[in-house]
Design a protein around this ligand. Structure first.
Ligand SMILES: C[S@@+](CC[C@H](N)C(=O)[O-])C[C@H]1O[C@@H](n2cnc3c(N)ncnc32)[C@H](O)[C@@H]1O
Length: 326
């Protein structure tokens, strides 16, 4: 696609409700290699599929993190000030937050932040039913960009919760930017509880992102389903295959969609050529050691307070406090 054609399509799509999605997709598919931001996995169907992934036998991260939170919810609760607002970044099913909320009886507010609006509001309704005393203040936002917190929590002390190793979906420079931003949000002396997947044997990692039931493959392809529906794209779903592998050099899982043949895909006037075997890089999931995460945290204004791992040593939950010198 020429630069001129791209400009016209961008102009056309910028008038529409999905302008941000369209601009990112056009930029991503015009790049070499082709790529799409992982945040677009999460429409309502994507959020449901992610929940199904967490129940697959090969997908250890959720079970491991739940084991840690179950064992240490009391220790974590002691780090969160009375009357605080607990801000969860990428709250999803809120299953992990619930383990903390049971221990946080004097919480001022629970603020689930998620880009997947429909799913966020559905989970908020369920949470309000199960925790009728809790002040739940949902925020539909993209946390990779600046966003405002509700006025109603402005006067409360704050703590952050970022489970699910969602930090691993960021490139290292994006992870740094996110941690700095989270530090500004929780303010002086604020605490962040951060769940991060650990480096481990490649076979275990490979199996976790290639479940036998094919749910991760469906989650990956759902991105194309979304682009067909929301942008009028004409991706042939049967012509793109899920491919996930561990890149040991970069300590990350990479997820791709591989074009089965030479083909052209149209998105509302724009067209993108694929060679057979060419991929769209859809997600990274960086794995950290306890030390490498602590190093990243220190460099972005956080002091490590504590860290817990599961019995198998697969996953880590860090408690960080915003350092004074920021
Ligand atoms: C890997 S899932 C983790 C879900 C849940 N926290 C857990 O630990 O099971 C990532 C979550 O973050 C949300 N998310 C991803 N990118 C986001 C973004 N840029 N802004 C806000 N939410 C985002 C997704 O909708 C999803 O709920």
């Amino acid at each position: 696609m020429t630069a001129h054609a791209r400009r016209i399509v961008r102009q056309k799509l910028s008038d529409e409700p999905n302008a941000g999605l369209a601009a990112d997709v056009i930029a991503g598919l015009s790049a070499h290699p082709k790529q799409l931001p992982p945040k677009y996995f999460y429409d309502a169907a994507g959020s449901e599929l992610f929940e199904q992934i967490t129940q697959q036998p090969e997908y250890y991260p959720t079970r491991s993190e739940l084991e840690i939170l179950d064992a240490h919810a009391g220790d974590i609760a002691k780090l969160i000030p009375e009357g605080a607002a607990l801000i969860e970044f990428g709250s999803g099913s809120t299953r992990k937050a619930r383990l903390l909320l049971r221990e946080l009886r004097t919480l001022g507010a629970y603020v689930p932040v998620d880009i997947s609006g429909e799913y966020l509001h559905q989970e908020t309704a369920a949470l309000r039913q199960d925790f009728p005393q809790l002040n739940v203040v949902p925020v539909e936002a993209d946390f990779t960009k600046p966003f405002s917190l509700p006025e109603s929590i402005a006067a409360l002390p704050r703590a952050g919760f970022f489970p699910g190793s969602t930090l691993g979906n960021f490139e290292p420079h994006e992870a740094s930017a996110f941690l700095r931003h989270a530090g500004e949000m929780v303010g002086a002396n604020g605490v962040l509880i951060l769940g991060v997947d650990l480096v481990k044997a490649p076979e275990l990692l490979h199996a976790a992102y290639n479940d036998a039931a094919g749910v991760t493959a469906q989650f990956n392809r759902n991105l194309l389903v979304r682009l067909n529906r929301e942008l009028g794209a004409d991706f042939d779903l049967s012509a793109f295959a899920h491919h996930a592998f561990y890149n040991a050099h970069k300590s990350r899982i990479e997820m791709h969609l591989v074009s089965a043949r030479r083909q052209r895909v149209r998105i509302d006037g724009a067209s993108f050529q694929f060679r057979a075997g060419e991929t769209i890089h859809t997600e990274c999931s960086y794995k950290y050691s306890v030390d490498s995460l602590r190093c990243l945290a220190r460099g972005t204004g956080w002091d490590p307070l504590d860290v817990w791992t599961d019995a198998a040593g697969y996953f880590s939950v860090h408690a960080l406090r915003r350092s004074d010198e920021v």
